[in-house]
Design a binder for this molecule. Structure first.
Ligand SMILES: Cc1cc2nc3c(=O)[nH]c(=O)nc-3n(C[C@H](O)[C@H](O)[C@H](O)COP(=O)(O)OP(=O)(O)OC[C@H]3O[C@@H](n4cnc5c(N)ncnc54)[C@H](O)[C@@H]3O)c2cc1C
Length: 459
């Protein structure tokens, strides 16, 4: 059934960025810094995507524990460092360099996961608000893209629903950073979802933040018993019929305040982040499971006796949904071999972390903690500009977790650091299209790589 839209207003920009997660935010900032007029469209009430709306304020992929030098090394640079360094300076985030990574510590589920920068979620939201306003990006919160219009290999317009009705957006370049490849999907282009065999996706998680936690007691237990994720306690509770969840992990990440942590433990199987009914049920199920989990934590987990719920996230965290079918696709073999490209614009050194759709405690690609994927010959995995482009449209760039990679490669590509680097690359792509008076698909990825390096990205 075709529904006619009554459009209130038509707005025009050099670049329209859809979605404000790590990828979209970085794309908008970078395009604006290159002098473009930029709209940033976001369906929720804050910028940041999974980092804020889904409560995932433990920012991975920007730093890595290097076994050889026995140091934390920076891997992304650019906007990731700019945002996290500012939060660390304001004491609103934990500096990974300050953490004892030789022992269990509050900031990761095994010691060296403290490479993730753990932030205060409200400070992060404010930091992103300030960034958007300071840069002169035109923000559109509570605005959902619902339709696209094509003309002659180009996205001509997109339509978005907001509180006042329907707004149409025109742009020279559109950037799809919706996580769900919404622009490609709404344009009728083919997309991929989940495993090739059954299209099942990795579990989703409703995150909760709790306070009044004695993180020292929690960590002391882990160190005394050498127990990652409290597996011994969980196994005992399972045997006694108390732990009935379909997973055997407990992940709690300490945040900037000493007694506050983000609980990233629920593994909700069978959730489809692109299906309205599935999302609705997953939120109701997630809140029920969070309440039940908190009860167990208070009764049985060291350090959590007085824990109180701060909030459950306003949106379930979706790790995996649609990916575009791009002009090229980074394969698992490319990743394991550490293949390099002249026009590489995304780099990740994060692990193959994508839990099995049916067995949430099992990560098929990870290997062991000390030897993450033995087949991986190189630390870094790269992707060229063409994984961000589709064959059918010339003025669309895709960034973030919906780029064109084989699903196993999503594990290392989907976290905050590489998502931000890809976003910056998309911003430069839009800027070079303006400068060279061409479509984004005609821009040379090598030029983008050079721009990224000049902007302090480590690639
Ligand atoms: C439970 C969970 C735990 C994770 N743990 C970590 C971790 O510890 N560290 C880490 O670094 N990463 C972690 N990740 C991964 C990381 O958070 C995401 O993969 C990352 O946010 C991807 O960034 P993105 O910009 O591609 O997409 P997203 O963050 O998903 O952002 C997409 C944005 O687009 C908006 N949007 C979507 N559709 C529309 C539309 N039609 N109109 C308008 N706006 C729209 C969404 O509201 C959202 O804000 C985790 C992810 C999940 C789900």
């Amino acid at each position: 059934m075709e529904v006619k839209l009554k459009v209130n207003i038509v707005l025009s920009f050099d670049a329209v960025v859809c979605g404000s997660g790590p990828a979209g935010l970085a794309a908008a900032v970078q395009a604006r810094r290159c002098g473009l007029s930029v709209a940033l469209i976001e369906r929720s009430g804050c910028f940041g995507g999974n980092m804020t709306s889904s409560g995932v304020c433990h920012l991975l992929g920007g730093r890595r524990w290097d076994q050889d030098s026995r140091k934390m090394v920076r891997e992304t640079g650019g906007l990731f460092d700019e945002i996290t360094d500012a939060l660390i300076r304001d004491k609103k985030a934990i500096d990974p360099d300050s953490v004892d990574v030789f022992n269990y510590n509050p900031y990761g589920w095994y010691p060296r996961m403290a490479a993730g920068v753990a932030c205060d979620i409200e400070a992060l939201k404010r930091c992103l608000d300030d960034l958007v306003i300071r840069e002169g990006i035109r923000p559109f919160l509570f605005t959902t893209i619902i339709k696209t219009e094509l003309s002659d290999r180009r996205l001509k317009r997109i339509y978005a629903q907001d509180q006042g009705g329907i707004t149409a957006f025109e742009a020279k370049t559109f950037i799809d950073a919706t996580g769900d490849a919404e622009l490609s999907f709404l344009s009728g282009l083919p997309t991929l979802k989940g495993r090739d065999s059954d299209h099942l996706m990795t579990p989703a998680s409703l995150i909760m933040h709790v306070d009044h936690v004695d993180m020292k007691a929690y960590v002391a237990y882990q160190n005394a018993h050498q127990q990652p994720k409290l597996i011994d306690i969980i196994n005992d509770l399972r045997a006694r019929g108390i732990w009935t969840f379909p997973f055997e992990i407990f992940i709690a990440i300490g945040l900037a305040e000493d007694d506050v942590c983000m609980v990233n433990t629920l593994r909700q199987v069978g959730v489809d982040g692109t299906d309205a009914d599935s999302l609705t049920l997953s939120m109701i199920q997630g809140r029920e499971e969070s309440e039940r989990l908190l009860g167990i934590m208070k009764a049985y987990f060291p350090g959590f006796g007085n824990a109180r719920m701060r909030f459950t996230a306003s949106r379930i965290g979706i790790r995996e949904s649609r990916r575009i079918l791009g002009r090229s696709m980074t394969s698992l073999e490319d990743a394991l071999e550490g293949r390099r490209y002249e026009d590489e614009v995304i780099k990740t050194t994060y692990n193959f972390d994508l839990p099995d759709p049916k067995r949430p405690s099992f990560d098929p690609m990870l290997g062991s903690v000390d030897n993450p994927n033995a087949r991986r010959k190189h630390v870094a995995i790269y992707a060229p500009y063409s994984v961000m482009l589709v064959d059918q449209l010339d003025n669309l760039i895709t960034a973030g977790r919906c780029i064109s990679v084989e699903r196993e490669v999503l594990g290392p590509m989907r976290v905050t650091g590489p998502a931000m680097m890809g976003g910056q690359a998309a911003g430069f792509g839009a800027a070079l299209a303006n400068k060279n008076d061409c479509d984004a698909a005609m821009v040379d990825g090598k030029e983008i790589k050079k721009c990224l390096q000049d902007a302090g990205c480590i690639i």
